[in-house]
Design a protein around this ligand. Structure first.
Ligand code: ATP
Length: 344
């Protein structure tokens, strides 16, 4: 039996069925990321697990115990919010020790636990400061520290890095990954950022419209997306997906394209050739030279440019004619409903 088990979990907000029959098993020590577009229900699902919202249908079990109706405070989970939710008038030490004090833990044990967490999070020098005297990244680490000292069975993170600037996000992401390696704690992490999902997760749960679209390791989702939605949600720039009917040359180059179906090509699988070569011809619309990689947008007359990514520089310019070689081994085929038919 899984460590955390969701069975047929549903949530209604009035008429809105926000969470629809979620079945999910999370193993002890796993780092699972819920990802999906705004409004897909990822925060609601996390809040149902945390006990901050009531589950309308289905069950939730933790470590062999049914906790579906248990109040949040008794679930043995600790949540880290995007807003940090620190007590402004308390020092870092007091913020981190608050839950232990409430639980009437021995002061010497409290001190030891807080100091150990502070050491892991590099907060040692700041224990006597108030949150106001800290940077955003330090405040977020205090919020994480407050969760660590409780030694919960599961850590729940709700978009914890959203308030940080890009550099600090990257840095804190690395720290969270390191922390997970050190503590080995079961973690569920909500984000709308697929890069965060890909870099942190053992397994990613892609949600859309209150339902699970696919669960898998980051590279399983990247290499073998179950449908067009997952294919285009995971990966930047996103996978090129073209209606096969728009480009008869594609049908000729690839066998097994379903009737009314779609062809998907990752940008790194699009090989640009001199005009006249390859199966499809197009015109360069835009070149983005990013240094380590170059993105080339090619107009093929289909309405949406095809994006090619290469890790070399290019001498191509907007207006140049190019040929595109389609590698059948790299193509993903989808049926008319967007379900995968074949991976190259
Ligand atoms: P975001 O990334 O924008 O935070 P999300 O994927 O976390 O989105 P949720 O906040 O879980 O999405 O919301 C899922 C759906 O439930 C949305 O349609 C939202 O409007 C609705 N919803 C969430 N909380 C409530 C509430 N308290 N009352 C009514 N509707 C709600």
């Amino acid at each position: 039996m899984a460590f955390l088990q969701l069975r047929g979990v549903e949530k209604f907000f009035g008429q809105l069925r926000a969470i629809k029959g979620i079945e999910l098993a999370i193993e002890r020590g796993e780092f699972v990321v819920f990802v999906g577009p705004s409004g897909c229900g990822k925060s609601t699902l996390l809040r149902l697990i945390a006990g901050l919202e009531t589950i309308d249908r289905g069950t939730l079990e933790l470590d062999g115990r049914d906790i579906t109706r248990l109040p949040s405070s008794k679930r043995d989970l600790a949540m880290v919010f995007q807003s940090y939710a620190l007590y402004p008038h308390m020092s870092v030490f007091e913020n981190m020790s608050f839950a232990l004090k409430l639980a009437k833990e021995d002061p010497a044990v409290v001190r030891d636990k807080v100091e150990r967490a502070a050491k892991i999070l590099n907060l040692g020098p700041y224990l006597q400061r108030t949150p106001r005297e800290l940077s955003g990244g330090q405040r977020q680490r205090v919020a994480i520290g407050r969760a660590i000292v409780r030694a919960p069975k599961v850590f729940l993170f709700d978009e914890p890095l959203s308030n940080l600037d890009a550099a600090l996000r990257g840095q804190t992401r690395v720290e969270i990954a390191k922390l997970h390696r050190e503590l080995g704690a079961t973690t569920i992490y909500v984000t709308h950022d697929q890069v965060e999902a890909m870099t942190l997760a053992d397994r990613v749960v892609v949600l859309r419209d209150g339902q699970i679209e696919q669960v898998g390791t980051p590279l399983e989702l990247y290499d073998r997306p179950a449908n067009q939605f997952v294919a285009q949600f995971i990966g930047t720039p996103q996978m090129n997906v073209m209606a096969a009917s728009q480009l008869p040359q594609l049908q000729a180059a690839l066998s097994g394209v379903p009737a009314g179906g779609f062809v998907g090509l990752r940008p790194e699988s699009v090989a640009l050739k001199p005009a006249g070569a390859g199966q499809v011809q197009g015109t360069v619309e835009l070149v983005e030279a990013l240094g380590a990689e170059t993105l080339i947008y090619v107009n093929m007359g289909t309405g949406t440019p095809l994006v090619a990514r290469q890790n070399t520089r290019t001498s191509l310019h907007a207006g140049d004619r190019v040929g595109i070689e389609i590698d059948a081994a790299a193509a993903h085929l989808f049926d008319a409903q967007g379900r995968v038919a074949a991976h190259g």
